[in-house]
Design a protein around this ligand. Structure first.
Ligand code: PMV
Length: 333
């Protein structure tokens, strides 16, 4: 079986060909899956059991700058503050440098994120996507988007979708080495689409997605059913996108998220990412819908709730959820 570093080596140009600049920088948006990725066919290479489809969050994401540092060790600055070398962020970057075969010494990585980390708002996705693009810029590797998507995937699966704005599909691929498992953007634009994030906790998640996926696949009786459902949901979602049928779009995304969480609840021991506030927000959304406001929820591996709605309902949504953070995936500028 291929290892991650062997895959990275196959993609990266020879170190002698690299044209390192003074600095490299990149922005990558956070992405929220509408049709979720939950389960790996290869754990080491982060190869998924099914395709998945996401929407990127416009200006919400991660801006990363890489450059030389006088300090002999890797320095990671997160939102203007030095990250502790023992922190998961610092350790995660160090591991990623090693898998890319890069020397982390004398490197400084500046990360600015405008989304909360580790609470199910896909911070690792935009983090790894921004990092690989900034490294590509810094070292002048000249990699294309597909190669960057594969390398981002090696950091965190869903990161391979954060290379683009808009709707993005990640192909599961068939190959064992994962060279055909990458994302690509869809052409559909949906100017009125809004994604709201309601933060219900600032704490780190009790169980990471990696372990939770493993536990679900190994023990949930619903897993087979889930992976078959994803294929149907994906087909129906693409049809809804083509027709810009918001009711179908929202219902498919919502039921896909409910099915993913049901599969986790069926695991042994059960995995429940929701807290009391999560449940309360979801009930409020169902109530709003009964009152005639078309809005739907989705939830990832964390307690925060994302709300899908159309621009015309913004005031109404803001009145109910006063602290909501709203992304406009298709707004330019
Ligand atoms: O890429 P990971 O390991 O953070 O897993 C992401 C899993 C979900 O966010 C729950 C679903 C998805 O497709 O993003």
């Amino acid at each position: 079986m291929k290892t991650k570093d062997a895959i990275a080596k196959a993609i990266l140009p020879d170190a002698n060909q690299a044209q390192t600049q003074a600095k490299g920088s990149a922005f990558a948006p956070s992405n929220i899956a509408l049709i979720k990725y939950w389960g790996k066919r290869n754990e080491t290479l982060h190869l998924p059991v099914t395709n998945s489809l996401s929407v990127s969050l416009g200006h919400l994401g991660c801006h990363t700058v890489c450059g030389h540092s006088d300090s002999p060790e890797l320095q990671v600055i997160h939102n203007k503050a030095p990250a502790d070398p023992s922190s998961p962020l610092h350790q995660g970057i160090l591991k990623y440098f090693h898998l890319l075969g890069l020397n982390p010494n004398h490197c400084q990585i500046n990360i600015d994120m405008n989304i909360p980390m580790a609470a199910g708002v896909a911070s690792s996705a935009c983090g790894f996507a921004a990092l690989i693009c900034a490294l590509n810029d810094w070292h002048g590797w000249g990699l294309n988007q597909r190669e960057l998507s594969i390398l981002a995937r090696l950091g965190s699966g869903s990161a391979c979708r954060s290379l683009w704005q808009g709707f993005v599909e990640w192909e599961r691929g068939e190959r064992e080495d994962g060279m055909d498992s990458y994302a690509s953007p869809l052409t559909t634009q949906w100017d009125d689409l809004c994604v709201g994030i309601v933060q219900t906790s600032t704490e780190s998640k009790p169980i990471g997605s990696r372990e939770a996926m493993r536990q679900t696949m190994a023990t949930s009786k619903l897993y087979q059913q889930w992976s078959a459902q994803v294929i149907k949901d994906l087909t129906n979602m693409k049809a809804a996108l083509q027709k810009k049928d918001f009711e179908a779009f929202g219902s498919i995304a919502e039921s896909n998220a409910i099915a993913m969480h049901a599969t986790m609840l069926d695991a042994t021991p059960p995995i429940d990412y929701s807290n009391e506030l999560t449940k309360c927000v979801k009930e409020q959304i169902l109530q709003l819908r009964q009152d005639g406001v078309l809005c739907y929820f989705t939830q990832d591996a964390g307690p925060n709730v994302k709300i899908l709605f159309l621009k015309k309902d913004t005031t109404h949504i803001e009145q109910i959820f006063s602290k909501i953070l709203i992304a406009h995936p298709f707004k330019s500028g």
